[in-house]
Design a protein around this ligand. Structure first.
Ligand code: ATP
Ligand code: MG
Length: 575
């Protein structure tokens, strides 16, 4: 494959980082014959999360930028935890992010025969042996960081005996855990991974693709190094915790004299208020803390998609955080910022009232309906305008009225005038309360017919503009408000005797029913995203929303400056 040499020097717009620098250098020196070939290697034992997105954007992004290729390879060497459901979900998510692996969908399990032959070759080279120690004994013999390990009593078996025993392992003659195949490296190595690591184990389990063809399975390090080699991967990008595995990764390729790939480690993504570990995420699903892998509160790509995240926002985020060599924690607010930036450009504006308060406009003729023109997106004129019905009875947000308004509260209050977005000025002339509870149930207002469009010809100003819907035209909706799933910046940090589930936020989901949305939303497509003016971005739920029962997920709020003001007011009051 030839490479466009103009790509070898970074331009100002191209991303750059230490990995891209290494690749440019390799292209310059011709190290891999001018090729760039990466892979994204998920284990199909759970759904992809935002951390995986970082790896996907890096691997596919680098391949695209340097005119190379990126494989999708399922690292399916553990039959116990892996399922076809996960394979399908992973493919859906990678495509959704906007990447394509073409014909190059591979499975480590496709290489089981070849990997077996590599293991036989290692035995013949005197570099692997069958060991009869139990898993506990192996651990015991391994030693510690400060103490060398001890050699297994089976380490010096003859090549012939090893070959025969390994073949019998494959034939299913021995029970699970009774024997392993181990690489013969160095029990005194300062690197624990080099102390005769296990490369095959006996496991009588049905594999999601190979069925019962195998009862021995290769271990991750062995399978991963040699799968990379088989696919002639040039740059094998993985997270930092594999740095100590690199000598072993290289050892397998070197001993067998096969294609040499280069492993490069980068820092994994950590996010505040977020758990990014499939092992923990699967617990949230199985223990019912969330409704499933695609619960909109989950950091999974399927959950984020359902919540209303766009692939563009996620790719923008991955570009902004970049790739580094040291671990750090990224503020989840940056992810939300990227989302707002994207939705601000593309989401149509509509009016929706989450907590409705009835308003009757006393001087507006009964039975009259007029259409007012509303702008679909002030950021994008090409999105045009729409007609919204206005009539005598409306709903406004309960929160947009205060009987006793605090300082700096510019919305509706008794005797005060505000602008109804796109419509008229109204003034509150009376407040109707429930005689028993004292709760405000209705406002009586008057409107100024001269202010159509929201401006007074006499130049008088109002300080507040609020949204509304016409009662007789509004559609009912259910709205699900989400808050952070965990209430600690680092949810993994727990008191003794607790686990991360102790940090779950009990108020991460709030369901509002009886919300009122403007009639243009009647035919809203599941998955489509709107900005409810002043309230945030909302996505039509793909699973639960129907034309008869609209369900919206709040994707993300708008920055609520009022909250800040209210907070500082509260503090002032306390002083
Ligand atoms: P988890 O820790 O969530 O179980 P994993 O590393 O076991 O993740 P894999 O399916 O093996 O999951 O991951 C596939 C690829 O995604 C690997 O190359 C892995 O390094 C990368 N990856 C996983 N989590 C992150 C993360 N938080 N940030 C960046 N890359 C990640
Ligand atoms: Mg893994």
């Amino acid at each position: 494959m030839s490479v466009d040499m103009t790509r070898n020097t970074p331009s100002e717009t191209e991303p750059t980082d230490f990995i891209r620098e290494i690749i440019r250098e390799d292209l310059r020196t011709g190290k891999f014959g001018g090729r760039v070939h990466t892979r994204f290697p998920p284990e199909p034992n759970g759904y992809l999360h935002i951390g995986h997105a970082k790896s996907i954007c890096l691997n596919f992004g680098v391949a695209e930028e340097f005119g190379g290729l990126c494989n999708l390879r399922f690292d399916d060497t553990n039959p116990v935890k892996e399922e076809a459901e996960y394979v399908e979900a992973i493919k859906r998510d990678v495509h959704w992010l906007g990447y394509d692996w073409g014909e190059r969908e591979f499975y480590a399990s496709d290489y089981f025969e070849q990997l077996y032959q590599y293991a036989v070759q290692l035995i013949k080279l005197g570099k692997a042996y069958v060991c009869d120690l139990t898993p506990e004994q192996i651990r015991e013999y391994r030693g510690t960081l400060t103490e060398p390990g001890r050699e297994s009593p089976y380490r010096n078996r003859s090549v012939e005996e090893n070959l025969e025993l390994f073949e019998r392992m494959r034939a299913g003659e021995f029970p699970d855990g009774s024997r392993t195949l181990r690489a013969k490296i160095d029990m005194a190595s300062g690197n624990l991974n080099m102390r005769d690591p296990v490369i095959y184990r006996i496991l009588h389990a049905t594999h999601h693709r190979t069925g019962d063809a195998w009862c021995i399975y290769p271990m991750y390090d062995f399978a991963h190094s040699l799968s990379d080699s088989i696919e002639r991967i040039t740059h094998s990008l993985c997270t930092l915790e594999f740095e100590d595995h690199r000598p072993l990764y290289e050892w397998f390729q070197e001993q067998l004299g096969v294609y040499r790939s280069q492993q490069i480690e980068f820092a994994r993504l950590n996010l505040t208020y977020t758990i990014l570990s499939k092992r923990k995420l699967i617990r949230l699903v199985q223990e019912g803390h969330v409704s499933g892998w695609d619960d909109p509160r989950m950091p999974t790509l399927s959950g984020m998609r359902r919540r209303g995240y766009t692939p563009q926002a996620i790719r923008d985020f991955c570009g902004r955080i970049g790739v580094a060599k040291t671990n750090s924690v990224v503020d989840v607010a940056l992810l939300e910022y990227c989302l707002r930036q994207d939705l601000n450009k593309r989401a149509p504006r509509v009016m929706g009232v989450l907590e409705p308060l009835r308003v009757v406009i006393e001087n507006y003729p009964e039975g009259q309906v007029e259409m007012v023109e509303a702008i679909n997106n002030p950021e994008d004129e090409s999105m045009g305008t729409r007609q919204v019905p206005f009539s005598r009875v409306l709903y406004i947000e309960r929160d947009d009225f205060r009987e006793d308004p605090p300082r700096k509260y510019f919305r509706l209050a008794p005797g005060r005038e505000v602008r109804l977005r796109y419509a008229y000025f109204i003034k509150c002339v009376d407040v109707i309360k429930d005689p028993e509870t004292g709760e405000v149930v209705e406002l009586r207002c008057t409107y100024d017919p001269e202010t159509r469009g929201g401006y007074a010809p006499d130049g008088r100003k109002v300080r507040g503009t609020i949204h509304w819907v016409s009662a007789q035209h509004a559609h009912d909706a259910e709205v699900r408000l989400y808050d952070r799933l965990f209430n600690k910046p680092n949810p993994a940090e727990v008191e003794e005797g607790q686990d991360f589930t102790a940090n779950l936020n009990p108020n991460s989901l709030q369901v509002l029913t009886g919300c009122k949305v403007e009639p243009s939303l009647a035919g809203a497509e599941p998955g489509s995203i709107y900005q409810f003016e002043r309230k945030g971005y909302f996505c039509v739920d793909v699973l639960d929303s129907t034309p008869e029962h609209l369900v919206f997920n709040r994707t993300v709020s708008l920055r609520d400056t009022w909250k800040k003001i209210e907070k500082s007011l509260q503090q002032q009051r306390k002083r």
